[in-house]
Design a protein around this ligand. Structure first.
Ligand code: 5RP
Length: 233
């Protein structure tokens, strides 16, 4: 396995070992790091005979949970979760996050908001001082399809930078999220800003469904390092 996958695995295993207990309702994020967390969850559930309900944040994580014979729950039945474990595209020194590289930000934010503790698992490349230092693909903004152009113009005029409609592989058409929306990726934004204020402003723009700015939500971050150890923050 590559150093980066070793790092993802180390962070994921640590979070599942530390934060999942028998009887817990667990929010399960999306992405490549979460695959290692689901592997470890399955191992613990089957070996230790744990009674755990997992609430997925995407079609991807639902499929992985089913494949691993883990019990899948819904927020309709379990509106309060003990913990949510998820990956991130970038984590700043205040534990503010950029998420949504996999276009699952809407369900990820909803599920995380229902959890008592939100734990992030990430490899060392995601650890940054300021948002935008490391992650260059942009801050994702999920929008209702008919509003993508006006939202792009409002954000560019009000805050600067460039927003680009995320396209599917081979530019076959726009990426469509699990909830039928489009994604605008916001690049070249100013970094020395109050992200809490900007995020709240963006969420007020008609047509914006959610942003990939997760401000003040994460309580704990595990960064897997190149040597396979884990740094906590
Ligand atoms: C998906 C996400 C992912 O959690 C984020 O993109 C990190 O993914 P990975 O673990 O593959 O680096 O927000 O919408």
């Amino acid at each position: 396995m590559s150093a980066i996958n070793d790092a993802k695995k180390a962070a994921a295993h640590k979070a599942v070992n530390e934060y999942v207990k028998n009887g817990f309702k667990v929010g399960v994020g999306s992405g490549s790091t979460i695959v290692f967390a689901i592997d470890r969850l399955a191992e613990r559930v089957h070996k230790e005979k744990l009674n755990i309900v997992c609430v997925p944040t995407s079609f991807q994580s639902r499929q992985l949970l089913i494949k691993n014979q883990l019990t899948v729950g819904e927020l309709e039945i379990y509106p309060q979760l003990d913990v949510c474990i998820d990956g991130a595209d970038e984590v700043d020194s205040n534990l503010n996050l950029i998420k949504g590289g996999g276009a699952c930000l809407l369900e990820e934010k909803i599920v995380a908001s229902c959890a008592k503790i939100f734990v992030i698992i990430a490899d060392y490349t995601k650890n940054s001082e300021k948002l935008g230092d490391k992650y260059k693909k942009g801050i994702p903004i999920e929008v209702v399809p008919m509003a993508y152009k006006p939202v792009k113009q409002v954000i560019e005029n009000r805050f600067g930078g460039d927003l680009e409609l995320r396209m599917a592989i081979a530019k076959a058409g726009p990426v469509v999220t699990d909830n039928g929306n489009f994604i605008l990726d916001w690049r070249n934004f100013k970094q020395d800003v109050d992200w809490d204020i900007i995020n709240k402003d963006i969420l007020q723009i008609p047509g914006v469904v959610e942003s990939g700015l997760f401000i003040g939500m994460a309580q704990k971050v595990y960064f897997g390092l190149e040597d396979g150890t884990v740094k906590e923050q």
